[in-house]
Design a protein around this ligand. Structure first.
Ligand code: MF3
Ligand code: CO
Length: 262
């Protein structure tokens, strides 16, 4: 299995895909409020993606039935949107979405607070996001893949959180999932050497309790084994000689200092 190096034309398409996906997440984040169903979010996401002339990456992927994965509280990832699942004040909701623009994918996830959430939930969301940026400090050509993994995992575990080990990040490009797998925890081996032009989806999934997870009977929804809260933060990135280019951020997110966090 090989890890592909993207051409400048491929990178251009992935930049555009990332920009669109960032805008979709921003819009969804603004619109989420108590009383909405998880299916409302899927519908809005699908409309937004279509409005940008893109296709949702997830719809029908391996049989997944929706465009946006919507995972509430102890649900980690791959929650299936449902009309009867209503968001309550104090919930946290993880939205994972992918778009295809001219044959190229971008994949990103955000955990959003619904109304007013507990301090514990707020910290989990913020630290999960920061664990991604800790990984970014190591995401440069010449370093090794698992330098990213270790930075993410050590940061999150420093708070006593559980890192989900059963699911990983991944390479991305003309396919949603490409080589390599990207764990979010310390590995004994250092992994492949990072090279300019690699495009990766880095996606820490962090639990307030144990990192152990279970699959629900719908065969998609992943939940924490101890029912603790879980948060997810993901971006599609481009490896360069220097700092990685984070493709799925809005201009606003950059201006707010995301790029200064690493
Ligand atoms: N971001 C998720 C991942 O990388 C995508 C969900 S796959 C789907 O695994 F099948 F649920 F769409
Ligand atoms: Co992903």
């Amino acid at each position: 299995m090989t890890v592909t190096i993207k051409s400048s034309q491929e990178i251009e398409r992935m930049r555009e895909a990332g920009k669109i996906l960032a805008a979709v997440h921003q819009e969804l984040g603004h619109r989420i409020e108590p009383g909405m169903s998880t299916m409302d979010i899927d519908r809005m996401g699908e409309e937004l993606i279509a409005g940008y002339g893109c296709t949702p990456s997830f719809k029908n992927y391996c049989g997944y039935p929706a465009s946006i994965c919507v995972s509430v509280n102890e649900e980690v990832v791959h929650g299936i949107p449902c009309d009867s699942r209503i968001l309550q004040d104090g919930d946290i909701v993880s939205l994972d979405a992918g778009v295809i623009y001219q044959g190229y994918h971008s994949d990103a996830a955000r955990t959003v607070a619904v109304g007013t959430v507990s301090e514990k939930a707020k910290l989990l969301i913020e630290r999960t996001r920061q664990s991604f940026f800790e990984g970014m400090k190591k995401a440069a050509a010449g370093n090794h893949l698992h330098d990213i993994s270790r930075a993410i995992g050590d940061y999150a575990e420093g708070f006593g959180y559980g890192v989900v080990r059963d699911l990983c990040g991944h390479g991305i490009g003309s396919r949603l999932h490409e080589e390599p797998e990207i764990p979010n925890y310390r590995k004994f081996l250092r992994g492949i050497k990072l090279k300019p032009g690699m495009t990766l989806a880095v996606e820490p999934m962090i639990n307030a309790g144990t990192g152990d997870v279970l699959w629900m009977d719908d065969e998609w929804t992943v939940v924490t084994a101890d029912q603790s809260l879980s948060a997810h933060y993901e971006n599609t990135i481009l490896i360069t000689e220097g700092k990685p280019e984070i493709l799925s951020l809005t201009e606003e997110e950059r201006a707010a200092g995301c790029e200064k966090l690493f």
